[in-house]
Design a protein around this ligand. Structure first.
Ligand code: CP3
Length: 344
């Protein structure tokens, strides 16, 4: 039997030749699936993430249904923050809400380092999953320091990140100390998943597109570098993703990523030119296009697959997560099409 470490996903990430373009979707496990809604019935989001059997079932659902080339571990970027004792909840339709935002040096005391013992249920779930998945790779993940800081400093989801930026520009020393702590948490969370058998990891810096490149390099890059360095010794590929990060693509590669995630605002062809052949790319179908007539969707999928063939490595994905009202049959059809036109 082939191994997940020789799968199309891992090979594409390493810029090695593949038999076909691999495909998976951010948020492939979730509300678009009726079997997900049934499994989650009456169980809160954070509580679900602490039940290894439930995590295993929910992670496997989209793999069974769509035949995607990878599983993404079912958890959330705020799970390690809750694990170290931050008082937060994931509110349906809203996102993570933090009871007491972190804005002063004293507040940092409420954010201890993460140890593997804090998240034994993650180790257990990854072990269960990799046993079930066989040759299909499992992607582990964590939130990057900037995106985690945004939730902690704002106290919840934010459009403008005003408190986060006020702290970053107003008290750089505290900002760097906060992000160094978050890099430790993020890196440990990635490493726990890698140690338990994940075949790749993705660092989500969803909201970092809010910064210009020079400030990304000064305030964020050192900490994202530290988070990814925590798994370097495991020898598995790393994917680095953010939304609205067209201007940041080379800088996001340079922090130690093998694959740079591209959202739908920049074409893969333009992204590849900016990345200079040094990285594989992942993306970049607009999730809203899954609601368009099939002919329009099909044309876009075909053109993305063709653009990806010019890349040193391409993993087909959406430009951001699956929207909750997406028809899951459309996702299955996209997987079939990518596999058909992505043959090499
Ligand atoms: O298939 C997968 O991708 C599953 C694993 C996963 C979840 N969250 C499950 C989840 C992953 C990789 C995440 C990462 C995550 N969480 C990010 C980075 C990715 C991105 O979207 O940019 C961010 C920013 C979060 C924070 C967060 N958690 C948000 C914004 C939300 C949505 C709130 C809502 O209800 O609209 C959550 C909750 C969440 N995380 C859900 C799921 C399946 C929904 C909870 C539910 O179904 O009740």
């Amino acid at each position: 039997m082939t191994s997940p470490h020789d799968s199309a996903l891992v090979r594409a990430a390493r810029r090695q030749p593949v038999s076909h373009t691999p495909v998976w979707f951010m948020r492939q496990a979730g509300r678009s699936l009726p079997e997900y809604r049934a499994a989650r019935e009456g169980v809160g989001m954070l509580e679900s993430c602490r039940r290894p059997e439930l995590v295993t079932e929910i992670t496997l659902q989209p793999v069974r249904r769509h035949g995607v080339d990878a599983a993404i571990f079912f958890s959330d970027i705020v799970v390690p923050l809750a694990a170290v004792g931050v008082d937060l909840d994931i509110v349906p339709g809203v996102g993570p809400v933090v009871a007491k935002p972190i804005r002063t040096r004293g507040d940092l005391d409420r954010l201890p380092e993460l140890t593997p013992e804090h998240v034994g249920y993650i180790t257990e779930a990854v072990q269960l999953l990799t046993a079930e998945l066989g040759a299909t790779p499992l992607i582990g993940f964590a939130g990057a320091p900037f995106t985690l800081a945004s939730y902690l400093v704002e106290g919840g989801p934010s459009k403008n990140h005003e408190h986060t930026k006020a702290l970053m520009y107003g008290d750089p020393e505290l900002w760097h100390d906060l992000c160094a702590r978050l890099a430790q948490i993020s890196g440990t969370f990635l490493d726990v998943q890698a140690a338990a058998g994940a075949s790749a990891v993705q660092l989500f810096d969803s909201w970092v597109g809010a910064l210009p490149r020079a400030d990304y390099e000064r305030f964020v890059a050192p900490h994202s570098t530290a988070a990814l360095a925590a798994v370097a010794a495991r020898g598995i590929p790393t994917i680095h993703f953010g939304v609205g990060t067209g201007e940041l693509l080379p800088a996001m590669g340079a922090v130690g990523a093998d694959v740079v995630g591209v959202d739908y605002r920049v074409s893969l062809t333009d992204a590849l030119a900016r990345l200079d052949g040094s990285y594989a790319v992942q993306g970049n179908l607009d999730p809203a296009l899954l609601f368009a007539p099939w002919e329009a969707l099909e044309a876009k999928v075909r053109s993305i697959v063709e653009e990806g063939k010019a890349a040193p490595g391409h993993i087909f994905n959406l430009g951001h997560g699956v929207l909750p009202d997406t028809d899951p049959d459309v996702l299955t059809r996209v997987v079939e099409l990518v596999h058909e036109v992505g043959q090499r």
